[in-house]
Structure formats: C-alpha cells, structure tokens
Ligand binder design. Structure first.
Ligand SMILES: [Zn+2]
Length: 98
C-alpha cells in the first residue's frame, strides 16, 4: 500500500501527485486553508483507495490520532485517473445537492 494522504491534528500531508490533481480542480491544500480534508474521503474511496484510521482509547473515551488514505500498488497508476473522474462527476452533481 502507498500512503497518499495522512490527516492528523497537526495538518495533512498529501502525495505530490494527489496535491497536483486536487489543484487542477481548484482544491489546493497549500493555498486554501479552508479545504476540509475529510470531505474528500468518499471521493478517494470511490477511486479505489482504502482508509486506515489510527485511534486509541481510554476506556470509553477515545482519540483519533490519524486518518491514512492508502492505495494498493497495483491500483496506483489508475487511481489518479479514477479520482479525476469522481471529482468531475461531483462537480456536475453540485447543483442537485441539498
Ligand atoms: Zn489518548
């Protein structure tokens, strides 16, 4: 698995290729502080990525430490193309959203 995005309390680390692709859709994490990194997780999953959440608990209380977005090596070449299509489809659907 290749890590393409890691989201923690301290910020988010994007792979260069993911960062560039988001930029093409006007979603630039380096420029747009308001970008909600979590809001794009469903798009990554639809493009074939897996989410691995790191958390720990203190009895009934828990903390999420990090959310990792990973892609299997055999899917990596197709992932960015698929994500582009998902983001494009999302753009077109925007007007119909609640
Ligand atoms: Zn803790």
């Amino acid at each position: 698995m290749t890590l393409i995005l890691k989201i923690t309390d301290e910020g988010s680390q994007y792979s260069d290729q993911l960062h560039d692709l988001l930029g093409e859709f006007g979603l630039d994490p380096a420029v747009d502080d308001e970008l909600d990194d979590l809001s794009l997780l469903p798009a990554y999953v639809l493009a074939g990525a897996s989410i691995r959440t790191e958390a720990h608990s203190h009895g009934t209380h828990m903390h999420v430490i990090a959310i990792n977005v990973e892609i299997a090596e055999e899917l990596e070449a197709a992932f960015y193309d698929a994500l582009g299509q998902v983001l494009e489809a999302g753009d077109e659907d925007d007007e119909d959203d609640d």
